[in-house]
Design a protein around this ligand. Sequence first.
Ligand code: G3P
Length: 212
Amino acid sequence: MKIFVDSANIEEIKGFKNLGLVDGVTTNPTLIAKEKGNFEDIIRTICAEVEGPVNAEVVSVDCDGIVKEARKIIPWGDNIVIKIPMTKEGLKAVNVLSKEGIKTNVTLIFTAAQALLAAKAGATYVCPFVGRLDDLSQIGMEIVGQMAEVFSIYNEIKTEIIVASIRSPLHVMDAALVGAHIVTIPAKVIEQMFNHPLTDKGVEKFLKDAGK
Ligand code: G3P
């Protein structure tokens, strides 16, 4: 399973890259808005730092606008993936771009049926948002399990699942257990994954005993 960092903060990304944890990066307009600098500079900087896919999201809502925006973003890095919301116009744009070999990620996926349509349109990735479903008392990970199963039945589907809206280490492990290809994790949750009080206690005891 691959780990992407769900962040537009270059220092966070660099820190996790040094630990060998960054297979790719996802951003969205909300994450970009938290950073200093303009969209293009932020994405170019991340693309130069990270070898794997870097997801940059479009904000146009119609197919022509999305395709035009995608063409503007693509030269910003060799590893760009165009992130497009799950709408009819969005999937039209995915269809156009995928035929040109441009990688796309269909985001804001909340059902396995949406994921299937995105895959059929030619999406390289689909992005189910599990935390936001959990917020509505629906178990988000269920749809990930469904799409993983469907995608594995049909060899012609090459689309990979990037589980997003991750809120805890449990989400990460559940995504791994249901067979997601990728989990995109915010920095706070990656930090949480490192920790266990028994590890801290054990290290403390070993150091104390080593000094005896
Ligand atoms: O990648 C999408 C993710 O950033 C959304 O997370 O916590 O706003 O639902 P959240």
